[in-house]
Design a protein around this ligand. Sequence first.
Ligand code: AMO
Length: 444
Amino acid sequence: MTTEPQPAATTQKLPRTLTRDLAQHDGQTVRLQGFVHARRDLGGVQFVVLRDVSGITQCVGSSLSLPLPESSVEVVGRVKAHPKAPGGFEVQVTDFRVVSAAVEAPPLEIPKMEWNVNPETMLDYRYVSLRGLRERAALKVQGEIVYGFHTYLREHGFTEISTPKIVSAGAEGGANLFKLDYFGEQAYLAQSPQLYKQIMVGVFERVYEVAAVYRAEEHATSRHLNEYLSLDVEMGFIDSEDDVMALQNGLLAAIMERLRETCAAEFTLLGATIPDVPAHIPRIPLMEARALVTEKYGHQVGGKDLDPEAERLLSQHFTETEGSDFVFVTKYPRAARPFYTHADHNADGSLNPDLTRGYDLLFRGIEITSGGQRIHDHAMLMDSIRAYRMNPEAMTGYSEVFKFGMPPHGGFAIGAERLTAKLLGIANVRYARAFPRDRHRLTP
Ligand code: AMO
Protein backbone atom coordinates (compact mmCIF):
# COMPACT_ATOMS: atom_id res chain seq x y z
CA MET A 1 0.00 0.00 0.00
CA THR A 2 1.37 3.42 -0.91
CA THR A 3 1.00 6.10 1.65
CA GLU A 4 0.15 9.62 0.68
CA PRO A 5 2.83 12.09 1.78
CA GLN A 6 1.61 13.53 5.03
CA PRO A 7 1.90 17.21 5.86
CA ALA A 8 4.48 17.86 8.57
CA ALA A 9 2.95 17.65 12.02
CA THR A 10 1.41 21.06 12.47
CA THR A 11 2.73 22.52 15.66
CA GLN A 12 0.71 25.62 16.34
CA LYS A 13 3.33 27.85 14.72
CA LEU A 14 3.05 31.52 15.51
CA PRO A 15 2.62 33.67 12.43
CA ARG A 16 5.63 35.81 11.60
CA THR A 17 5.61 39.34 12.98
CA LEU A 18 7.59 42.15 11.35
CA THR A 19 9.70 44.36 13.56
CA ARG A 20 7.74 47.49 12.58
CA ASP A 21 4.55 45.93 14.04
CA LEU A 22 5.88 45.18 17.52
CA ALA A 23 3.86 47.97 19.15
CA GLN A 24 0.68 46.07 18.24
CA HIS A 25 1.95 43.06 20.20
CA ASP A 26 3.04 44.66 23.46
CA GLY A 27 3.14 41.97 26.15
CA GLN A 28 2.58 39.14 23.65
CA THR A 29 4.84 36.40 22.38
CA VAL A 30 5.89 36.87 18.75
CA ARG A 31 8.00 35.08 16.17
CA LEU A 32 10.50 37.22 14.22
CA GLN A 33 12.74 36.30 11.31
CA GLY A 34 15.65 38.28 10.01
CA PHE A 35 19.39 38.86 10.04
CA VAL A 36 21.82 39.40 12.89
CA HIS A 37 22.41 43.10 12.28
CA ALA A 38 24.55 43.54 15.40
CA ARG A 39 25.30 41.49 18.52
CA ARG A 40 26.78 41.96 21.95
CA ASP A 41 27.63 39.39 24.58
CA LEU A 42 27.81 40.70 28.14
CA GLY A 43 28.47 37.30 29.69
CA GLY A 44 25.14 36.72 31.42
CA VAL A 45 23.03 38.46 28.78
CA GLN A 46 23.24 38.64 25.03
CA PHE A 47 21.83 41.31 22.79
CA VAL A 48 20.98 40.72 19.16
CA VAL A 49 19.79 43.52 16.90
CA LEU A 50 17.60 41.74 14.38
CA ARG A 51 17.05 43.34 10.97
CA ASP A 52 14.12 42.39 8.78
CA VAL A 53 12.60 44.02 5.72
CA SER A 54 10.72 46.51 7.86
CA GLY A 55 13.40 47.71 10.29
CA ILE A 56 15.51 46.66 13.25
CA THR A 57 14.70 45.56 16.77
CA GLN A 58 16.66 44.65 19.87
CA CYS A 59 16.34 41.10 21.20
CA VAL A 60 17.72 40.20 24.60
CA GLY A 61 18.31 36.73 26.01
CA SER A 62 20.56 34.61 28.14
CA SER A 63 22.72 31.61 27.25
CA LEU A 64 22.28 32.34 23.55
CA SER A 65 25.12 31.16 21.41
CA LEU A 66 25.47 34.03 18.99
CA PRO A 67 26.22 33.32 15.34
CA LEU A 68 28.32 35.60 13.12
CA PRO A 69 26.72 38.89 12.01
CA GLU A 70 24.34 38.59 9.03
CA SER A 71 23.37 35.02 9.87
CA SER A 72 19.65 34.44 9.26
CA VAL A 73 17.83 33.70 12.48
CA GLU A 74 14.41 33.12 13.97
CA VAL A 75 13.50 34.51 17.36
CA VAL A 76 10.52 33.76 19.57
CA GLY A 77 10.03 36.02 22.54
CA ARG A 78 7.89 38.43 24.49
CA VAL A 79 7.48 42.04 23.39
CA LYS A 80 8.23 44.61 26.06
CA ALA A 81 8.21 48.40 25.90
CA HIS A 82 11.73 49.72 26.19
CA PRO A 83 12.12 53.45 25.57
CA LYS A 84 15.82 53.23 24.71
CA ALA A 85 15.53 50.38 22.19
CA PRO A 86 15.12 51.21 18.48
CA GLY A 87 11.38 51.48 17.81
CA GLY A 88 10.61 51.70 21.54
CA PHE A 89 10.21 47.94 22.11
CA GLU A 90 12.48 44.98 22.70
CA VAL A 91 11.91 41.24 22.50
CA GLN A 92 12.82 39.02 25.45
CA VAL A 93 14.00 35.85 23.78
CA THR A 94 12.55 32.47 24.76
CA ASP A 95 13.69 30.59 21.67
CA PHE A 96 16.55 31.46 19.34
CA ARG A 97 17.28 29.46 16.20
CA VAL A 98 19.94 29.99 13.54
CA VAL A 99 18.27 29.39 10.18
CA SER A 100 21.39 29.84 8.07
CA ALA A 101 24.71 30.66 9.68
CA ALA A 102 27.13 33.09 8.07
CA VAL A 103 30.49 31.38 7.62
CA GLU A 104 32.48 34.61 7.51
CA ALA A 105 32.05 38.02 9.06
CA PRO A 106 31.00 40.57 6.39
CA PRO A 107 33.83 42.68 4.92
CA LEU A 108 32.05 45.87 6.08
CA GLU A 109 30.38 46.57 9.38
CA ILE A 110 26.79 46.59 8.16
CA PRO A 111 25.33 48.51 11.16
CA LYS A 112 27.70 51.45 10.68
CA MET A 113 25.89 54.37 9.12
CA GLU A 114 29.03 55.78 7.52
CA TRP A 115 31.64 53.43 6.15
CA ASN A 116 35.08 54.85 6.28
CA VAL A 117 36.23 53.01 3.18
CA ASN A 118 37.05 53.84 -0.40
CA PRO A 119 33.77 54.16 -2.36
CA GLU A 120 35.05 51.55 -4.81
CA THR A 121 35.37 49.07 -1.95
CA MET A 122 31.75 49.67 -1.04
CA LEU A 123 30.77 48.91 -4.61
CA ASP A 124 33.05 45.85 -4.74
CA TYR A 125 31.09 44.43 -1.81
CA ARG A 126 27.75 45.67 -3.06
CA TYR A 127 26.16 42.21 -2.68
CA VAL A 128 26.39 42.64 1.08
CA SER A 129 26.88 46.41 1.57
CA LEU A 130 23.34 46.82 0.12
CA ARG A 131 22.10 45.32 3.38
CA GLY A 132 23.14 48.50 5.18
CA LEU A 133 20.12 50.56 6.22
CA ARG A 134 21.13 53.64 4.23
CA GLU A 135 21.98 51.69 1.12
CA ARG A 136 18.76 49.77 1.07
CA ALA A 137 16.69 52.86 1.89
CA ALA A 138 17.72 54.41 -1.43
CA LEU A 139 16.55 51.35 -3.34
CA LYS A 140 13.31 51.14 -1.42
CA VAL A 141 12.57 54.77 -2.31
CA GLN A 142 13.32 54.03 -5.96
CA GLY A 143 10.98 51.04 -5.89
CA GLU A 144 8.20 53.29 -4.61
CA ILE A 145 8.94 55.92 -7.27
CA VAL A 146 8.50 53.22 -9.91
CA TYR A 147 5.32 51.96 -8.26
CA GLY A 148 3.92 55.49 -8.17
CA PHE A 149 4.84 55.89 -11.84
CA HIS A 150 2.91 52.74 -12.78
CA THR A 151 -0.11 53.61 -10.67
CA TYR A 152 -0.56 57.17 -11.89
CA LEU A 153 -0.12 56.29 -15.55
CA ARG A 154 -2.54 53.37 -15.40
CA GLU A 155 -5.09 55.63 -13.73
CA HIS A 156 -4.64 58.02 -16.65
CA GLY A 157 -5.26 55.54 -19.46
CA PHE A 158 -1.67 54.45 -20.22
CA THR A 159 -0.74 50.91 -21.26
CA GLU A 160 2.57 49.35 -20.26
CA ILE A 161 4.82 48.25 -23.13
CA SER A 162 8.12 46.40 -23.47
CA THR A 163 10.41 47.27 -26.37
CA PRO A 164 13.65 45.68 -27.64
CA LYS A 165 16.97 46.46 -26.04
CA ILE A 166 18.93 44.91 -28.91
CA VAL A 167 18.48 47.27 -31.83
CA SER A 168 19.85 47.98 -35.29
CA ALA A 169 20.25 51.76 -34.90
CA GLY A 170 20.61 54.36 -32.16
CA ALA A 171 17.65 56.53 -31.22
CA GLU A 172 19.33 59.51 -29.64
CA GLY A 173 22.38 60.11 -31.86
CA GLY A 174 25.76 60.77 -30.32
CA ALA A 175 28.68 58.42 -29.94
CA ASN A 176 27.58 56.63 -26.79
CA LEU A 177 26.21 53.44 -28.39
CA PHE A 178 27.33 50.03 -27.20
CA LYS A 179 28.07 47.80 -30.17
CA LEU A 180 27.09 44.18 -30.23
CA ASP A 181 27.89 41.32 -32.58
CA TYR A 182 24.48 39.92 -33.53
CA PHE A 183 25.40 36.66 -35.31
CA GLY A 184 27.86 38.52 -37.51
CA GLU A 185 25.63 41.55 -37.99
CA GLN A 186 26.24 44.91 -36.27
CA ALA A 187 23.70 45.59 -33.53
CA TYR A 188 23.54 48.00 -30.59
CA LEU A 189 22.16 48.15 -27.07
CA ALA A 190 19.18 50.50 -26.94
CA GLN A 191 19.95 54.04 -25.68
CA SER A 192 16.24 54.69 -25.19
CA PRO A 193 12.90 53.13 -26.16
CA GLN A 194 12.20 56.39 -28.01
CA LEU A 195 11.42 55.14 -31.51
CA TYR A 196 9.42 52.13 -30.34
CA LYS A 197 7.38 54.04 -27.80
CA GLN A 198 6.36 56.43 -30.57
CA ILE A 199 5.32 53.52 -32.81
CA MET A 200 3.25 52.13 -29.92
CA VAL A 201 1.26 55.38 -29.72
CA GLY A 202 -0.31 54.17 -32.98
CA VAL A 203 -1.46 51.09 -31.06
CA PHE A 204 -2.49 52.22 -27.58
CA GLU A 205 -2.38 56.07 -27.84
CA ARG A 206 -0.86 56.36 -24.36
CA VAL A 207 2.05 54.12 -23.35
CA TYR A 208 4.78 53.82 -20.77
CA GLU A 209 7.81 51.62 -20.16
CA VAL A 210 10.08 50.97 -17.19
CA ALA A 211 13.33 49.40 -18.38
CA ALA A 212 17.09 49.69 -18.31
CA VAL A 213 18.78 51.45 -21.24
CA TYR A 214 22.42 51.66 -22.21
CA ARG A 215 24.83 54.50 -22.84
CA ALA A 216 28.54 53.99 -23.47
CA GLU A 217 29.67 56.96 -21.38
CA GLU A 218 33.45 57.26 -21.63
CA HIS A 219 33.81 59.63 -18.71
CA ALA A 220 33.10 58.84 -15.09
CA THR A 221 30.81 61.58 -13.74
CA SER A 222 28.47 61.74 -10.78
CA ARG A 223 25.42 61.83 -13.10
CA HIS A 224 26.18 59.22 -15.75
CA LEU A 225 25.76 55.45 -15.68
CA ASN A 226 26.28 53.02 -18.55
CA GLU A 227 23.08 51.22 -17.65
CA TYR A 228 20.24 53.17 -16.08
CA LEU A 229 16.54 52.82 -15.44
CA SER A 230 14.52 54.90 -17.86
CA LEU A 231 10.94 55.78 -16.93
CA ASP A 232 9.41 56.46 -20.33
CA VAL A 233 6.08 57.98 -21.32
CA GLU A 234 4.54 58.70 -24.73
CA MET A 235 1.05 60.06 -25.44
CA GLY A 236 -0.98 60.75 -28.57
CA PHE A 237 -3.55 63.39 -29.54
CA ILE A 238 -1.75 66.27 -27.85
CA ASP A 239 -1.98 69.93 -28.87
CA SER A 240 1.61 70.70 -27.92
CA GLU A 241 4.37 69.85 -25.46
CA ASP A 242 2.32 71.77 -22.86
CA ASP A 243 0.06 68.72 -22.53
CA VAL A 244 3.10 66.52 -21.91
CA MET A 245 4.50 68.84 -19.24
CA ALA A 246 1.10 69.04 -17.56
CA LEU A 247 0.94 65.25 -17.41
CA GLN A 248 4.46 65.09 -15.98
CA ASN A 249 3.57 67.74 -13.41
CA GLY A 250 0.66 65.64 -12.13
CA LEU A 251 2.72 62.46 -12.24
CA LEU A 252 5.50 63.95 -10.11
CA ALA A 253 2.99 65.24 -7.55
CA ALA A 254 1.47 61.75 -7.28
CA ILE A 255 4.88 60.10 -6.91
CA MET A 256 5.88 62.50 -4.11
CA GLU A 257 2.54 61.83 -2.40
CA ARG A 258 3.24 58.11 -2.53
CA LEU A 259 6.72 58.65 -1.05
CA ARG A 260 5.14 60.61 1.80
CA GLU A 261 2.86 57.66 2.52
CA THR A 262 5.40 54.84 2.19
CA CYS A 263 8.93 56.16 2.73
CA ALA A 264 8.82 58.65 5.61
CA ALA A 265 11.24 56.49 7.63
CA GLU A 266 13.72 56.28 4.75
CA PHE A 267 13.70 60.05 4.26
CA THR A 268 14.22 60.58 7.99
CA LEU A 269 17.08 58.08 8.04
CA LEU A 270 18.80 59.85 5.16
CA GLY A 271 18.04 63.34 6.46
CA ALA A 272 16.23 64.22 3.23
CA THR A 273 12.98 66.03 2.50
CA ILE A 274 10.25 65.23 0.02
CA PRO A 275 9.70 68.26 -2.21
CA ASP A 276 6.35 69.95 -2.75
CA VAL A 277 5.47 69.84 -6.43
CA PRO A 278 3.87 73.16 -7.44
CA ALA A 279 0.50 72.90 -9.19
CA HIS A 280 2.23 74.62 -12.10
CA ILE A 281 5.98 73.94 -12.25
CA PRO A 282 7.71 77.12 -13.49
CA ARG A 283 8.73 77.14 -17.17
CA ILE A 284 11.44 79.14 -18.86
CA PRO A 285 12.61 79.04 -22.50
CA LEU A 286 16.20 77.87 -22.85
CA MET A 287 17.51 81.12 -24.37
CA GLU A 288 16.03 83.12 -21.46
CA ALA A 289 17.50 80.62 -19.00
CA ARG A 290 20.97 81.06 -20.49
CA ALA A 291 20.66 84.84 -20.33
CA LEU A 292 19.41 84.68 -16.74
CA VAL A 293 22.36 82.70 -15.38
CA THR A 294 24.78 85.01 -17.18
CA GLU A 295 23.10 88.22 -15.99
CA LYS A 296 22.28 87.13 -12.44
CA TYR A 297 25.26 84.92 -11.62
CA GLY A 298 27.88 86.00 -14.16
CA HIS A 299 28.18 82.47 -15.50
CA GLN A 300 29.04 82.18 -19.22
CA VAL A 301 27.19 79.08 -20.47
CA GLY A 302 29.18 76.73 -22.67
CA GLY A 303 27.67 74.69 -25.55
CA LYS A 304 24.14 74.98 -26.95
CA ASP A 305 22.34 73.57 -23.93
CA LEU A 306 22.86 74.35 -20.24
CA ASP A 307 26.11 73.13 -18.73
CA PRO A 308 26.00 71.50 -15.25
CA GLU A 309 26.87 74.77 -13.50
CA ALA A 310 24.13 76.62 -15.39
CA GLU A 311 21.63 73.90 -14.40
CA ARG A 312 22.64 74.33 -10.77
CA LEU A 313 22.33 78.14 -10.90
CA LEU A 314 19.02 78.10 -12.72
CA SER A 315 17.58 75.70 -10.17
CA GLN A 316 18.89 77.87 -7.36
CA HIS A 317 17.13 80.85 -8.92
CA PHE A 318 13.74 79.08 -9.04
CA THR A 319 14.12 77.67 -5.52
CA GLU A 320 14.85 81.17 -4.21
CA THR A 321 12.30 83.12 -6.21
CA GLU A 322 9.41 80.66 -6.57
CA GLY A 323 10.12 78.05 -3.90
CA SER A 324 10.15 75.34 -6.55
CA ASP A 325 12.71 72.51 -6.65
CA PHE A 326 11.55 71.83 -10.22
CA VAL A 327 11.80 73.92 -13.38
CA PHE A 328 10.93 73.11 -16.99
CA VAL A 329 13.38 74.52 -19.53
CA THR A 330 11.47 74.81 -22.81
CA LYS A 331 11.87 75.68 -26.49
CA TYR A 332 15.26 74.13 -27.11
CA PRO A 333 17.11 75.18 -30.23
CA ARG A 334 17.10 72.68 -33.07
CA ALA A 335 20.86 72.14 -32.78
CA ALA A 336 20.49 70.81 -29.23
CA ARG A 337 17.75 68.23 -29.92
CA PRO A 338 17.47 64.86 -31.70
CA PHE A 339 15.98 64.48 -35.19
CA TYR A 340 12.54 63.33 -34.02
CA THR A 341 11.80 66.60 -32.15
CA HIS A 342 8.94 68.72 -33.50
CA ALA A 343 9.68 72.28 -34.60
CA ASP A 344 8.13 75.13 -32.65
CA HIS A 345 5.70 77.51 -34.32
CA ASN A 346 6.14 81.21 -35.01
CA ALA A 347 3.44 83.66 -33.93
CA ASP A 348 1.85 83.44 -37.43
CA GLY A 349 1.57 79.65 -37.14
CA SER A 350 4.44 78.83 -39.52
CA LEU A 351 7.16 76.44 -38.36
CA ASN A 352 10.29 77.92 -36.83
CA PRO A 353 13.30 76.00 -38.18
CA ASP A 354 15.54 77.08 -35.32
CA LEU A 355 13.43 76.27 -32.26
CA THR A 356 11.83 73.00 -31.12
CA ARG A 357 9.09 71.82 -28.82
CA GLY A 358 11.65 69.92 -26.78
CA TYR A 359 12.03 70.54 -23.06
CA ASP A 360 14.13 69.42 -20.09
CA LEU A 361 13.11 69.23 -16.46
CA LEU A 362 15.62 70.28 -13.82
CA PHE A 363 15.27 69.08 -10.24
CA ARG A 364 17.50 70.44 -7.45
CA GLY A 365 20.19 71.49 -9.87
CA ILE A 366 20.28 68.65 -12.38
CA GLU A 367 18.44 67.53 -15.52
CA ILE A 368 16.25 64.54 -14.67
CA THR A 369 14.11 64.49 -17.83
CA SER A 370 14.11 65.25 -21.53
CA GLY A 371 10.81 65.39 -23.37
CA GLY A 372 8.78 67.20 -25.96
CA GLN A 373 6.49 66.97 -28.93
CA ARG A 374 7.67 64.71 -31.79
CA ILE A 375 7.34 64.94 -35.55
CA HIS A 376 4.29 62.95 -36.71
CA ASP A 377 4.22 63.95 -40.39
CA HIS A 378 6.02 61.49 -42.66
CA ALA A 379 7.43 64.04 -45.11
CA MET A 380 8.63 66.28 -42.31
CA LEU A 381 10.28 63.31 -40.59
CA MET A 382 12.14 62.26 -43.75
CA ASP A 383 13.37 65.86 -44.19
CA SER A 384 14.61 65.83 -40.62
CA ILE A 385 16.39 62.49 -40.99
CA ARG A 386 18.21 63.85 -44.05
CA ALA A 387 18.97 67.19 -42.39
CA TYR A 388 20.60 65.31 -39.49
CA ARG A 389 22.69 63.37 -42.08
CA MET A 390 21.25 60.06 -40.95
CA ASN A 391 20.74 57.14 -43.31
CA PRO A 392 17.02 57.02 -44.26
CA GLU A 393 17.37 53.36 -45.30
CA ALA A 394 18.47 52.41 -41.78
CA MET A 395 15.43 54.15 -40.28
CA THR A 396 12.61 52.50 -42.23
CA GLY A 397 11.62 50.20 -39.34
CA TYR A 398 10.62 53.42 -37.60
CA SER A 399 9.82 55.97 -40.29
CA GLU A 400 7.38 53.81 -42.31
CA VAL A 401 4.73 53.92 -39.58
CA PHE A 402 4.35 57.66 -40.15
CA LYS A 403 2.76 56.86 -43.52
CA PHE A 404 -0.10 55.21 -41.71
CA GLY A 405 -1.64 58.07 -39.77
CA MET A 406 0.18 58.96 -36.54
CA PRO A 407 -1.53 61.50 -34.27
CA PRO A 408 0.37 64.49 -32.88
CA HIS A 409 2.22 63.03 -29.91
CA GLY A 410 4.90 63.63 -27.34
CA GLY A 411 6.43 62.23 -24.21
CA PHE A 412 9.38 62.21 -21.89
CA ALA A 413 11.81 60.02 -19.96
CA ILE A 414 12.87 60.34 -16.34
CA GLY A 415 16.26 58.95 -15.27
CA ALA A 416 15.27 56.97 -12.16
CA GLU A 417 18.72 57.09 -10.55
CA ARG A 418 19.09 60.84 -10.99
CA LEU A 419 15.67 61.46 -9.46
CA THR A 420 16.39 59.08 -6.57
CA ALA A 421 19.84 60.52 -5.90
CA LYS A 422 18.63 64.13 -5.90
CA LEU A 423 15.63 63.32 -3.71
CA LEU A 424 17.85 61.70 -1.10
CA GLY A 425 20.94 63.90 -1.29
CA ILE A 426 23.08 61.07 -2.71
CA ALA A 427 26.07 62.66 -4.41
CA ASN A 428 26.63 60.06 -7.15
CA VAL A 429 24.02 58.19 -9.22
CA ARG A 430 26.02 54.98 -8.77
CA TYR A 431 24.60 54.70 -5.24
CA ALA A 432 21.06 54.98 -6.56
CA ARG A 433 21.39 51.73 -8.49
CA ALA A 434 21.77 48.27 -6.92
CA PHE A 435 24.55 47.06 -9.22
CA PRO A 436 25.90 50.04 -11.16
CA ARG A 437 27.70 49.71 -14.45
CA ASP A 438 30.21 52.50 -14.88
CA ARG A 439 33.31 52.99 -17.00
CA HIS A 440 35.39 50.53 -14.96
CA ARG A 441 32.81 48.33 -13.32
CA LEU A 442 31.15 45.18 -14.62
CA THR A 443 30.88 43.30 -11.30
CA PRO A 444 29.23 42.47 -8.99
P1 AMO B 1 17.87 61.84 -22.71
O1 AMO B 1 18.98 61.28 -23.51
O2 AMO B 1 17.98 63.27 -22.29
O3 AMO B 1 16.49 61.73 -23.50
O4 AMO B 1 17.67 60.95 -21.42
C1 AMO B 1 16.55 61.14 -20.59
C2 AMO B 1 16.95 61.16 -19.13
O5 AMO B 1 17.66 59.97 -18.81
C3 AMO B 1 18.65 60.24 -17.83
N1 AMO B 1 19.96 59.88 -18.36
C4 AMO B 1 20.91 59.23 -17.66
N2 AMO B 1 20.94 58.79 -16.39
C5 AMO B 1 22.05 58.15 -15.96
N3 AMO B 1 23.12 57.91 -16.75
C6 AMO B 1 23.14 58.33 -18.04
N4 AMO B 1 24.20 58.06 -18.81
C7 AMO B 1 22.00 59.03 -18.55
N5 AMO B 1 21.67 59.56 -19.74
C8 AMO B 1 20.45 60.07 -19.61
C9 AMO B 1 18.55 61.71 -17.51
C10 AMO B 1 17.89 62.27 -18.76
O6 AMO B 1 17.20 63.46 -18.49
N6 AMO B 1 14.36 59.73 -25.67
C11 AMO B 1 14.66 60.86 -24.82
C12 AMO B 1 13.57 61.11 -23.81
C13 AMO B 1 12.27 61.58 -24.43
O7 AMO B 1 12.30 62.62 -25.11
O8 AMO B 1 11.24 60.92 -24.21
C14 AMO B 1 15.98 60.61 -24.09
O9 AMO B 1 16.44 59.49 -23.95
O10 AMO B 1 17.71 61.84 -16.40
